[in-house]
Design a protein. Structure first.
Lengths: 162, 751
């Protein structure tokens, strides 16, 4: 039996401990905002937070999350008003929208570590997240805007909705 | 609310739609992708108190339900097209509910490709809105016993001008329903100055759901009691199932069993490839079970398919005279007397679509009927394909369209939906099929591989007096007719028999080629390789003539005028009167992009340069100036790209711009890094490590899009940005390094 916290709720899992978190989140907990894109940690669509750090849920067995805290896009902000979500709205970042959960989770982890990342730091942090529609320039602009706003506002929790 | 089946069905607005086949039955949630019933389904719009046409319903509480019959895959058309209707109706957008249509021919074409959602339905939606508005105004006039001319619809209500009385759309719905249907000639349309939505940058209806994780894509759709399938297919196209051993697969926890999908027979069409499916309680268990399958396939003739030898054969083909598809003057004579000639061979590889969301569908077969949910660009093709695979009538296939995590043409080919339906019939439960990324890359309907040969006879100033262009590639036609050898008219239309240059002797040819994999259309289709060759060659000629590329291009385009092409040029099904080949518009976008890029003025350090290309596709004129930087290791960066676009009338400028920003990135992938190759019939790539697409650090840092204000009829937006991006990048590389790119992708050619 594996115990873990997902978006602030305590969960128990007694299936195959090697199953990637991705499938547990999507198919057992119905947190379908976390997306499958490659299954090999190559595209970032499945990015979630494990104790606040960005990880690829397709490469993270459920066993690795034992007694730890998982946050998905659904838990990034209870009201979907994380400064990044607001900046994404303002810049109208999404096209098809599919990769955006992973982009947002990756960017949120970046900003929780680096309050005002440089262009190069943004590229380094975000280059594992593929967007086939090509929304990169709006992502870069939105991350910078969110960072600027967060600098003048209290830091939001990225530990999930309670 | 009154039941629709208690009301006389209205067939008015018949001029708007070709079919008036209606279904009566259970009411289901609009974006409820779970708990589907197998009952025939009527749309909420159909069941509204007033249902003026298939795209619109108005409830007595004032709610306006707009049907979106096209698929949303990132262009925003699901929101933008209904805005056109809401605009003419003078509805309040905040009181509009969008309903995604199921597949049904009554909506007209639902095949969301060819960049045609706006241009093919703009007039239809305007007329639908204007018709309903006029009927609401006449209803109010009748209620107040005043002349209809004194009543005007404004913001979801009709107002009586002299008395300022007003009645909401909901209050008028039942009375409006009784009005005679106005003739098309009676309709009036709003002037652009009065637009509230069209021309404005409203956010799309789906945006918020992308930010909170609530959006439902094909991979997210579920049905009660469904099981998951992962399908093993022949690694070589055309291989048939010989034998398989599933004992180890069945031993995997969660695996329920295996089912064979019949081998593909006859034309490829959108049929499943065939194979062995592992069914399980989760996607994970199905994939693990599949790894344990031992399958043997028969040897396919395509086992000889090898990309390097095939490339050589295509090049051999284009070195020889081939079928003439366009001829002006006498090219051979003009070449013979030219001061100088120049020739070049170009080559472009197969590509995979690789949308971020792989194809996925869930289907339930029950009592001779199929209900399915799929990330499809074409729900009517789903109906046809599933019906054929299962031997049922297409009326018995109910296809719900989810959001699409990218499409790029892949998702208009519904083989995966037929897989789910066949498996459901076999196991008696709903079955979900989700392709893995490896499936997606290895079993695509590939963008074709092409070779191009160009030759020009030049005058003393270096301008071509004669121009010969020859191309060969396995045609998309082979997907529907295995005997097809040459390109289809629609492929030739895409940047081959419509080259607009002012050259007295001009001949275009097309040679034969056979397919060894499934061939399909990918964003911008044949324009991708054809425009790459044409616009690279022009730049070669400019360099040879030691002339500025923009000036040379303007010279080659000649003065502003309309160029009339022959009847074999199909112009996306539009007349050349309505959508002419307008040299003035080519010139304008070229000059605009050059000006914005500081062409001829910008001073750049060594290793950095600009490149240009201008191309018309999907009836839209696009010029691209790319700035590239090539470092000493041969790595290419694109600091900026200026794209000038004349797409005629546009609805949502921000969404139009976003499509061209995206085209800058999609084109960069094609120019610099993407390629699919085959060896012994097997596709060599399998995931994003070896099928490379541009990442944030490889994409253009900034793409600036400049839209030309226009009242010309709307043209395409989703695709036409891609073709000129590729030669613009390659031309910039040539300017920066002296190395001419004649084969895509650039890859390590500069190292």
């Amino acid at each position: 039996m594996i115990r873990l916290t997902v978006n602030g709720e305590k969960r128990q899992f007694d299936g195959d401990p090697e199953m990637p978190l991705l499938w547990y989140l999507r198919e057992e907990l119905q947190y379908t905002g976390t997306k499958y894109g490659c299954g090999q940690g190559l595209c970032g669509a499945c990015t979630i937070h494990l104790n606040g750090k960005a990880v690829r849920s397709c490469q993270t067995p459920v066993s690795r999350a034992a007694n730890q805290s998982v946050t998905t896009i659904e838990g990034l902000s209870a009201t979907a008003t994380h400064p990044l979500q607001e900046a994404w709205r303002e810049h109208r970042v999404p096209q098809c929208g599919y990769c955006q959960s992973g982009q947002l989770m990756q960017a949120a982890a970046l900003l929780s570590e680096k309050a005002s990342p440089s262009d190069e730091e943004i590229e380094t942090a975000m280059r594992g997240n593929i967007c086939r529609c090509g929304t990169y320039q709006r992502i870069r602009a939105a991350v910078k805007d969110a960072a600027a706003k967060m600098a003048t506002q209290p830091r939001p929790s990225t530990k999930g909705a309670r | 609310m009154q039941k629709i089946d208690a009301l006389p069905r209205r067939t008015f607005l018949a001029h708007l739609v070709s079919s008036s086949a209606f279904l009566i039955g259970a009411r289901a949630g609009v974006l409820d992708f779970t708990g589907a019933t197998t009952a025939e389904r009527v749309s909420d719009a159909d069941q509204a108190a007033w249902n003026p046409n298939v795209y619109l319903g108005i409830e007595t509480d004032g709610r306006v339900i707009l049907i979106m019959h096209r698929s949303e895959m990132g262009t925003g058309s699901r929101s933008v097209l209904p805005m056109v209707l809401a605009e003419e109706l003078n509805a309040d957008w905040r009181r509009v509910t969008l309903e995604q249509a199921i597949g049904d021919p009554k909506y007209g074409s639902q095949n969301t490709d060819g960049s045609c959602s706006i241009r093919d339905f703009y007039d239809t939606f305007r007329e639908a809105g204007a018709t309903a508005r006029l009927m609401l105004e006449r209803a109010a006039a009748q209620r107040w016993s005043v002349p209809a001319a004194e009543c005007r619809a404004e913001n979801h209500a009709v107002v009586h001008g002299p008395s300022r009385r007003q009645l909401g759309f909901g209050e008028l719905a039942l009375l409006a329903r009784q009005q005679p249907v106005p003739k098309k000639e009676e309709l009036t349309f709003k002037s652009r100055a009065d637009y509230r939505y069209v021309g404005k940058n409203l956010p799309t209806a789906d945006q918020d759901s992308f930010l909170n994780g609530k959006a439902i894509f094909g991979v997210d759709a579920s049905m009660p009691g469904m099981v998951h399938a992962s399908i093993e297919r022949s690694p070589v196209f055309g291989g048939k199932l010989k034998s398989f051993d599933d004992r180890a697969a069945k031993a995997v926890k969660g695996v329920i069993g295996t089912v064979t999908i019949p081998d593909l027979r006859g034309p490829t069409m959108f049929q499943p490839l065939g194979g062995v499916a592992v069914l399980a309680t989760s996607t994970w268990a199905a994939a693990k079970g599949r790894e344990k399958l031992a399958v043997e396939w028969t040897e396919s003739p395509n086992v000889a398919y090898d990309s390097s030898t095939f490339k050589a054969s295509l090049i051999e083909t284009v070195r020889q005279p081939q079928k003439v598809v366009r001829n002006v003057g006498d090219v051979d004579a003009a070449l013979a007397r030219a001061t100088r000639t120049h020739e070049a061979l170009y080559y472009a590889p197969h590509l995979a679509h690789a949308p971020m969301e792989p194809v996925a569908a869930v289907a339930e077969y029950k009592d001779g009927k199929v209900v399915c949910y799929a990330n499809t660009q074409n729900p009517q093709a789903v109906q046809d394909t599933v019906a054929q695979a299962l031997g049922i009538d297409k009326k018995n296939v109910e296809c719900h369209v989810t959001l699409l995590g990218g499409g790029f043409g892949r998702k208009s080919k519904p083989d995966y939906v037929a897989e789910a339906a066949l498996l459901s019939k076999s196991v008696g439960k709903p079955v979900k099929v989700t392709w893995s990324r490896e499936d997606d890359i290895r079993f695509d309907y590939y963008h074709t591989v092409a070779a191009m040969y160009l030759k020009a006879g030049l005058d003393e100033k270096g301008k071509p007096n004669a121009w010969l262009q020859r191309v060969a590639y396995p045609s998309i036609g082979t997907t529907f007719n295995p005997a097809a050898t040459h390109a289809e008219a629609f492929e030739m239309m895409m940047g081959w028999n419509d080259v607009p240059f002012d050259i007295p002797h001009h001949r275009a040819e097309n040679g034969p080629a056979k397919n060894h994999v499934r061939i399909g259309w990918l964003r911008a289709v044949a324009n991708v390789y054809q425009a790459f060759a044409i616009h690279s060659f022009v730049d070669e000629l400019a360099t040879l003539a030691k002339r500025d590329s923009v000036e040379y291009l303007l010279d080659l385009l000649g003065p502003a005028r309309l160029v009339r092409l022959g009847s074999d040029y199909i112009n996306h099904g539009k007349s050349q009167d309505e959508y002419p080949l307008d040299i003035g518009r080519y010139r304008h976008v070229l000059q605009l992009a050059a000006e914005k890029a500081g062409w001829g003025k910008k001073r750049l350090p060594p290793g950095r340069a600009l490149g240009v290309a201008v191309h018309r596709s999907f009836l839209t004129y696009v010029a691209v100036v790319a700035e590239v930087e090539v470092d000493t290791s041969g790595r290419v960066r694109i600091p900026s790209m200026e794209i000038a676009v004349d797409a005629g009338t546009t609805i949502n400028p921000d969404r139009v711009k976003s499509q061209f920003e995206g085209a800058g990135v999609f084109g960069t992938s094609i120019a610099l890094m993407s390629a699919i190759t085959a060896k012994q019939g097997v596709i060599q790539q399998s995931n994003f490590h070896d099928y490379r697409v541009a990442r944030i650090n490889e994409a253009p840092t900034q793409v600036n899009v400049h839209l030309v204000e226009s009242t010309a009829p709307p043209a395409g937006v989703g695709e036409p940005g891609v073709p000129p991006v590729i030669p613009a990048i390659c031309n910039a590389i040539a300017a920066a390094t002296g190395k001419r790119i004649r084969e895509l992708p650039v890859g390590r050619q500069l190292a």
